[in-house]
Ligand binder design. Structure first.
Ligand SMILES: Nc1ncnc2c1ncn2[C@@H]1O[C@H](COP(=O)(O)OP(=O)(O)OP(=O)(O)O)[C@@H](O)[C@H]1O
Length: 409
């Protein structure tokens, strides 16, 4: 048995924290056009004018949150030179807040010191709103409210988006001027909003495209300069992480995570230099973590879809069309003793799982004879998916096609 004592030893890191998700670099590389547009949308703030409401969208890890942190930090610093300008910012991640009520409470609390926080239940929605307008108005000046992952707010429960983005016109506020910055990974969210909410929330819409491998190299180089000691990376490490990040839909988080994990693996082996093999080992760990996280966020029926697709994959039948998945999904529902959703529901959710990177979809066009359709397959290794679905398999039973992949109880 190895020793479990902790001692400092060989490490490739100079400042490991520079690779963590919440680190904001001093400059953002590869996002010039987006930053220009974003900067222009925020420009009125520095004149003390009513800010534009801004809506940012783009897939995971393309720098939406990083660009927001970076520009708001600059804006706050630059605002200090104008004594007549009062600027406050509030950041809310809407993950877990499905209703306007809960977002309202979170916002009130974000603007108050901890001792004055209000509880998550007990007030009516109009009471929460009243407190919010009062708090915003007594603060006054310009208040920028960032609603990250805004698509987590349920449709039909999104009155707060309209209320906030039209607060002054609706005479909820007299003194304060509020600007809302909505951020979303879900490319369909904007289209799902009611026209009224859309036109006020999305006054300026900025789309963030995915990074290509060259841009990711620049992102990684910049962070590696801070994070690692001189000569702690062999030359192939950054290009490798960048290429893998570009494959993972141009996701900077994935690329940075690979670099961090490769560094951790090297340090764990008592090696001071990170090499390509470490990145390969890191890839397995990072993919495993990502799929586990992705699957753990799914609800029961979404897991049944994945279960159904996993059995078809194990039988060598993938890629498949949704109408071939449907009977298998029905079968999984019957194993679970649950009523199935409709074929239409299945198609919508297959596309959603595709967007999350949990499964892959390919558009097919067979012309006049066959028409257009989509085919689906697992995006990740079957063994990984089965492991991540373990809880579901434990509770409803293991389909025979998966028994060799399953090593649960
Ligand atoms: N241009 C960039 N320069 C340096 N770091 C970047 C850049 N773009 C993204 N990053 C880093 O990549 C990670 C993911 O970026 P970010 O959180 O901004 O993604 P996002 O588009 O907001 O996606 P999500 O919605 O998943 O949070 C963060 O650690 C961020 O600092």
């Amino acid at each position: 048995m190895g020793s479990h004592s902790f001692e400092r030893s060989i490490t490739p890191f100079e400042n490991r924290e520079a690779l963590l998700d919440d680190y904001t670099p001093n400059t953002l590389v590869g996002r010039d056009d987006e930053l220009d547009e974003y900067h222009e949308a925020l420009e009125p703030v520095i004149y003390g004018e009513q800010p534009n409401n801004v809506f940012l969208y783009g897939k995971a890890g393309v720098g939406k949150t990083a660009a927001t942190r970076y520009l708001l930090r600059n804006l706050e610093e630059d605002a200090e030179q104008y004594p007549d300008l009062t600027l406050s910012t509030a950041y809310i991640n809407c993950d877990g807040f499905e209703t306007s009520y809960r977002v309202g409470v979170a916002l009130v609390n974000a603007l108050r010191p901890p001792q004055d926080h209000i509880p998550e239940s007990g007030y009516s929605k109009s009471e929460v709103y009243a407190k919010l307008w009062q708090d915003l108005d007594s603060r006054g000046g310009i208040i920028l409210i960032v609603l990250d992952e805004v698509d987590h707010i349920n449709q039909g429960e999104d009155s707060i988006l309209y209320q906030l983005s039209r607060a002054r016109e609706n005479e909820n506020l007299q003194n304060a001027r509020v600007g809302v910055i909505g951020i979303s990974n879900d490319l369909t969210f904007r289209d799902r909003l009611s026209p009224k909410v859309r036109s006020s929330l999305c006054e300026r819409t900025i789309s963030f495209p995915h990074y290509d491998a060259n841009e990711l190299r620049e992102v990684l180089k910049q962070r590696a300069n801070v994070a690692f000691k001189d000569d702690a990376l062999t030359d192939d490490v950054i290009p490798k992480c960048a290429a893998l990040g570009a494959q993972a839909s141009g996701d900077a988080r994935h690329a940075l995570d690979l670099l961090l994990t490769a560094g951790d693996i090297a340090r764990g082996n008592n090696e001071g230099v990170v090499q390509e093999e470490h990145v390969e080992e890191a890839l397995e760990r990072v993919e495993k973590k990502e799929i586990e996280e992705g699957i753990s966020d799914l609800n029961d029926h979404e897991r049944y879809i994945l279960y159904a697709l996993a059995t078809l994959s194990a039988e060598g039948k993938t890629p498949v069309r949704s109408r071939e998945i449907y009977p298998r999904y029905q079968h999984v529902c019957s194993l679970a003793g649950r009523d199935e959703h409709t074929g239409r529901w299945l198609r919508d959710h297959l596309d959603e799982l595709g967007m999350l990177g949990i499964l892959s979809l390919t558009e097919k066009n067979e012309g006049l004879a066959g028409g257009k359709y989509r085919e689906y397959d697992l995006q990740q290794d079957l063994g990984l998916v089965v492991t991540a679905l373990e809880e579901t398999l434990d509770s409803i039973g293991v389909h025979e096609s998966l028994s060799s992949y399953y090593n649960g109880k």
